[in-house]
Design a protein around this ligand. Sequence first.
Ligand SMILES: C[S@@+](CC[C@H](N)C(=O)[O-])C[C@H]1O[C@@H](n2cnc3c(N)ncnc32)[C@H](O)[C@@H]1O
Length: 407
Amino acid sequence: MSEFTIIRLGHQGDGIAEGPVFAPMTLPGEVVSGTLDGNRLRDLRIVTPSGDRVAAPCRHYKSCGGCQLQHASDTFVADWKLGVVRQALAAQGLEAEFRPIVTSAPKTRRRASLSVKRTKKGAMAGFHARGSDVIIQIPDCQLLNPNLMAAIPVAEKLATIGGSRKGELSVLVTLSEVGLDIAVSGGKELDEPLRLALSAETETHKLARLAWDGEVIGQREPPVQRFGKALVAPPPGAFMQATPDGEAALLAAVREIVGNAAQVADLFAGCGTFALPLAERAEVHAVEGEAAMVAALDLGWRRAEGLKKVTHEARDLFRRPLMPDELRKFDAVVIDPPRAGAEAQVRELAGSEVPKIAFVSCNPVTFARDARILTEAGYDLQWVQVVDQFRWSAHVELVAYFTGKDV
Ligand SMILES: C[S@@+](CC[C@H](N)C(=O)[O-])C[C@H]1O[C@@H](n2cnc3c(N)ncnc32)[C@H](O)[C@@H]1O
């Protein structure tokens, strides 16, 4: 056994000692001992704990791979997440004013991707153990909304019916306004007997919807989500923000940036998380790559009362970004790309006259790259609001406010 001093945390939340040697569940300044397995430390023992170390709130934490940072105080995690964004910006030569982080409370996650496999006795649903394919059960999970926990026995039942002996099912469970919305992948191929059996489970468990490899098997009610005044039923598996209060924090920052803009573009709009609430005050043009998400957004808008006009298009913004002449009519643009960022679209924004940009990002590195393109073109980065809706994980999300040349 050798001793190592942890210097910093890596982007996955693992402690890193000189080498680099990776030591999960450790903190900067800690002296740890263990056995080297490649560049990872096993059989870890904390020799000198950090003052930021706390007892993990969840009894599953030692083995479960769902959380990475429960051994650290809330203050440490908040500072670390702000630091991740600050460093990503610094690597691009940028600085920003940071607003206080907003962190989602425990037990508020409204969506989870459960791993489920058949066992001799039936089936087992949970999360993968840390660094392993083994599934561990999580009856006392501190992340998930208690109503979402009800999906665990349902997922197990679905696996006994439609899981193969060897493979593992991936069961995406989401709380909707009218009950559980479940999307399964990796199971047996659908045939009529399987369809009938699964459809019966939709009734037995009073699921809002059950989808199997993208096909809707049963739907008792449209599994709607509320976006402002609109109710939207997203297609199975469609993106949505992880917690209601995380979404509210992102939306509050976006609303503040958009202010009283009359014409707003919402790029990478999903099913309308921002576009529909913004339509209470502005006309909105929503652009999203997935046609089914655009259709859901449109239906939600049509059925809502009291919203201004929302136009939309299904468009690949990596290949066909909105060009400066298309952007000219907007007083504000909201942009919320996937982890890859939005380099092509941001280059066109950089050449535009859009006065205000609300940039929502789930990847500080691609955000900082795109922020540099904007600032080099004359945009000012006014502030950054970090939102931690993936509590106890290494994920970082943010909203940033850019003002154009004449603002
Ligand atoms: C981080 S999500 C944000 C969605 C929405 N703003 C929300 O908050 O719910 C990113 C969205 O970008 C969409 N997307 C991914 N690649 C795209 C592309 N090349 N062109 C347009 N949209 C894309 C995804 O389908 C997803 O809805």
